[in-house]
Design a protein around this ligand. Structure first.
Ligand code: ADP
Ligand code: MG
Length: 291
């Protein structure tokens, strides 16, 4: 009887936009105790836009020109937002040499003789760059849930960019539905703690792993598994793929990258978190039919 129930369950999933790769993940989904959600593109829309900009000691356009020159070489969603913002102002973007991306930290390159670095405050501190003049702005923007990126030119802090990414309309209700099912919901992100906490509060998540570098995401899943938990991970990005594979059940957002989809057991076509609730309900119903 079991294989028939599984087939019915898989078929019902497909009708609801939930693509289940193999039977075992459908059987396992009802046991999930902890769900780890990536922030950007999973809880939020993943369509960041620049909302704030600050240049300390030169014309906005002068600094934006340098930043856009660097970011044009990056595939990060934040980079796209910055380039779009600068292009909209009709600013001409110069060429870059010696471009480098440091995963989880930022990007750098040379514009003429100037070394331009754009990324996290933590990275600026690692580079021994003093950000104290920027800190009050940074903190106030982060408290509003914005991702704040620092700009340094020749190892001196020169400005800040604030980038907002809206929470998906369906996220808060999905989080509370999961919590009512006695599942702990955890956020995992490379973004800074203040921004992550602000978004977590908005959707009702209490446990947050922030400032996690891409190569540390797997270890965070293992940590939860070491607590004896059956762990699901939900993500959309290239960075999320190893964590999706490590989780007991990996769920990819259908609008995410192909790499995340390939690394996961279940794909949520519609791209909102309500699909997780439906997948677990389906698993519970399927198991009831088997028993
Ligand atoms: P996430 O887990 O949210 O996808 P990442 O690990 O990709 O985050 O990046 C972490 C942080 O590193 C970002 O929030 C940003 O501050 C900084 N960062 C990464 N790439 C860039 C970039 N191209 N431009 C500016 N900042 C970047
Ligand atoms: Mg993401």
């Amino acid at each position: 009887a079991a294989p028939t129930s599984i087939m019915v369950g898989t078929g019902k999933g497909a009708e609801n936009g939930i693509l289940i790769k193999d039977a075992s993940s459908l059987e396992l989904a009802h046991k999930i105790q902890t769900i780890v959600l990536d922030k950007t593109g999973t809880i939020t829309e993943g369509k960041p836009t620049v909302t704030d900009f600050l240049a300390l000691d030169r014309e906005n356009a002068e600094l934006l020109k340098l930043v856009a020159a660097i970011e044009r070489n990056s595939e990060h969603p934040l980079a796209e937002a910055v380039v779009e913002y600068v292009k909209q102002q009709g600013i001409e973007i110069p060429e870059v040499t010696e471009f480098n991306a440091i995963a989880g930290s930022g990007v750098q390159g040379k514009v003429g003789n100037a070394l331009v670095q754009v990324g996290t405050r933590r990275w600026m501190h690692e580079l021994q760059i003093d950000t104290s003049e920027l800190n009050p702005y940074q903190e106030s923007w982060e408290t509003g849930g914005k991702t704040v990126v620092s700009i340094a030119v020749d190892n001196v802090a020169r400005g800040l960019i604030g980038i907002a990414d809206r929470v998906k309309v369906s996220s808060p209700a999905a989080v509370s539905a999961l919590q009512r099912m006695n599942i702990e919901v955890v956020m995992l992100t490379g973004d800074n703690s203040q921004t992550a906490e602000a978004i977590a509060r908005e959707v009702g998540i209490k446990r947050v792993f922030a400032e996690v570098r891409p190569d540390q995401k797997v270890a965070k899943i293992q940590e939860l598994q070491a607590e004896g938990k059956i762990v699901a991970m939900v993500g959309d990005g290239i960075n999320d793929a190893p964590a999706l594979a490590q989780a007991n059940v990996g769920l990819a957002i259908g609008t995410g990258t192909d790499i995340a989809i390939a690394a996961s057991d279940i794909t949520l076509i519609a791209g909102d978190l309500q699909g997780i609730v439906t997948a677990i309900q389906l698993s519970r119903a399927t198991i009831r039919n088997i028993q």
